[in-house]
Design a protein around this ligand. Sequence first.
Ligand code: S3P
Length: 181
Amino acid sequence: MSEVSKQLKPNLYLVGFMGTGKSAVGRSVANRLGYTFIDSDQAIEKAAGRSIKEVFDSEGEAAFRKLERQFIDEGHVSECCVVSCGGGLIAQPGMLDLVRAKGPVVCLLASAETILERTKGSEKRPLLNVEDPLVRIRELLAEREPIYKKSGTEVLTDGRTISDVASHVFRVYRSDARSWK
Ligand code: S3P
């Protein structure tokens, strides 16, 4: 692939809290672009040979965050991919800059209530496996809001279909990719 065409096809990074639809929307956008879809959580599970829950249970959250950093640094293809990033991936120090250097970033948003509804009973979200997940969601959202806000174009997802959000994200990416160096 020539340098010019490479520049036109940077990866798209989808960030945002758990349950904002990053994976479903990411798959749909990847389809429309003819790109490969990558889910950071799945890639990490594959590389580690363990589920996210197992990593959290046996080694703790810090170990999982290291795996996320490795994934961003060296664990994925650098062009023609839509990458859905785990909700806490850019919340670690320095991670947003690393991600932003690799391609356009779109941040999906949803209210705490919508997030609760969409994440109920999920095994891959140990952080929400607490007595009152809504309180936890609100705390984490407040903690992460500053970083989400400066990550990239924000797209609201409450009450919208995957297809509608995907069309929106597709348009943002096409425009961002045009000016990507
Ligand atoms: C996490 C989000 C999860 C997963 C892990 C931690 C977080 O990914 O990486 O449970 O810290 O917000 P999704 O955002 O894809 O649910």
